[in-house]
Write a protein that binds this ligand. Structure first.
Ligand code: GLV
Length: 309
C-alpha cells in the first residue's frame, strides 16, 4: 500500500483518490495531518504550514500541486534530502497563455479605454494600434513561457524572450541573463512575466526596467508579486511611462482590502487564477512522479534547491 498524505479538504482528497487509483497501484489518499497521514510515503500539497514535514519519518517525496516553489524555498522546515517535485502541466500552460493573450489584446485594442467611454455613453474612437501587433517581451521562456511566446508570435506580434541561460525558440528573439535585460526591455510595448521567484528576479521590474520600455507599455504579471517593485510601478503608471498593468500575483495574497491596486484605474487585479491546477490532467504527472520514486528512479521536474526552482 502506498499512502499519499494530502493537504486540502476531504472533497479534494476524494477526487485525487479517484484519479490516482487508476494510475498508482494500491494507493490510498489520506489527510496529511491524520494518524495515517503522519505515516505517509508521499505528500501531495500546495502551500502547507511550516513544520508540516518535520515528523514524517516514512516520507519519500513531496509533490506540489503547482509550478512555483518559492514558498517551499522560504520554509526551512521542508526537507532538502528527499525529492520535491513540481507540476509542469500543459493544461496550466494553455490557461496561462490564454490569460496573458486576453490581457495583451485588451490593452492593444484599448479595451479599458472603451469600457470607460461606454460608462459615459461617449463615442470617441482612438487611433488603432498596428494591426501587425506590437513588441511583446516574455520573461521566463520555460515550459509555460515558451507556449506563451509562440502563441504571441502566431498572432503576428514581434516576440522577445528573456531567460537565465541561452536557448533557441522559433520565432522568438532570445535575450539571456542580466546582461541581456536592457536590450530585451528596450522599446518593448507589452511585458509578460511568468518567471519563478529567485533572488535574481526579485524586483526585476523596477524603475530602470520600466524606463527602457516603450512609453505607455503594459505589464502582465503571472509570475510572482515580488518581481515588481510596487512603488516604481505606481510611479510609472502615474507618469504615463506605463499605460497599465494586469496582475495575477502580489507581494501579499490575498491582496489586502485596503491596497491601492484594488481601485487603481490602470491596474486590473486577478485573484491568482491565471492558471489553476486541473487534477484531471495533473494526476498523470503526480502518478508518474510517485511511480518513479517507488522504483528508485529520479522523478521528472524535481526542484533544484540550488537553482531555486
Ligand atoms: C501558481 O502560481 C503556480 O505556481 O502553480
Amino acid at each position: 500500500m502506498i499512502t499519499i498524505g494530502f493537504y486540502g479538504d476531504a472533497e479534494e482528497a476524494a477526487r485525487w483518490q479517484r484519479l490516482l487509483a487508476e494510475l498508482v497501484p494500491d494507493c490510498l489518499v489520506v489527510d496529511l495531518f491524520s494518524d495515517s497521514g503522519r505515516m505517509c510515503d508521499f505528500a501531495l500539497v500546495w502551500a502547507p504550514p511550516p513544520n508540516t514535514f518535520t515528523d514524517l519519518t516514512n516520507l519519500k517525496g513531496i509533490i506540489l500541486q503547482g509550478q512555483g516553489v518559492d514558498h517551499m524555498m522560504a520554509d526551512e522546515t521542508v526537507p532538502r534530502d528527499i525529492p520535491l517535485v513540481r507540476l509542469i502541466d500543459p493544461d496550466m500552460s494553455d490557461a496561462l497563455s490564454h490569460w496573458a493573450i486576453l490581457n495583451a489584446l485588451d490593452f492593444w485594442r484599448n479595451g479599458p479605454h472603451y469600457r470607460n467611454q461606454q460608462q459615459q455613453r461617449k463615442w470617441k474612437p482612438l487611433k488603432q494600434r498596428r494591426s501587425s501587433g506590437g513588441i511583446v517581451g516574455v520573461m521566463g521562456v520555460g515550459a509555460i513561457g515558451s507556449v506563451i511566446a509562440s502563441r504571441f508570435a502566431m498572432l503576428g506580434f514581434q516576440v522577445r524572450g528573456w531567460v537565465r541561460t541561452p536557448r533557441s525558440l522559433e520565432g522568438v528573439e532570445i535575450f539571456a541573463g542580466m546582461e541581456g535585460l536592457v536590450a530585451f526591455a528596450d522599446g518593448a510595448e507589452i511585458i509578460v512575466s511568468v518567471l519563478p521567484l529567485t533572488p535574481q528576479t526579485t524586483a526585476i521590474m523596477n524603475e530602470s526596467f520600466f524606463d527602457r520600455l516603450a512609453e505607455g507599455a503594459f505589464i502582465i504579471n503571472g509570475g510572482r508579486g515580488p518581481q515588481i517593485d510596487d512603488d516604481d510601478l505606481l510611479a510609472a503608471l502615474e507618469s504615463g511611462q506605463l499605460g497599465g498593468a494586469a496582475l495575477d500575483v502580489f507581494r501579499t495574497e490575498p491582496l489586502p482590502a485596503d491596497h491601492i491596486f484594488w481601485s487603481h484605474p490602470k491596474i486590473s487585479v486577478w485573484p491568482h487564477v491565471a492558471a489553476q491546477t486541473n487534477p484531471i490532467t495533473a494526476a498523470r504527472q503526480v502518478a508518474d512522479a510517485i511511480n518513479a520514486m517507488m522504483a528508485g528512479e529520479e522523478p521528472a521536474n524535481r526542484v533544484d534547491w540550488g537553482r531555486g526552482y
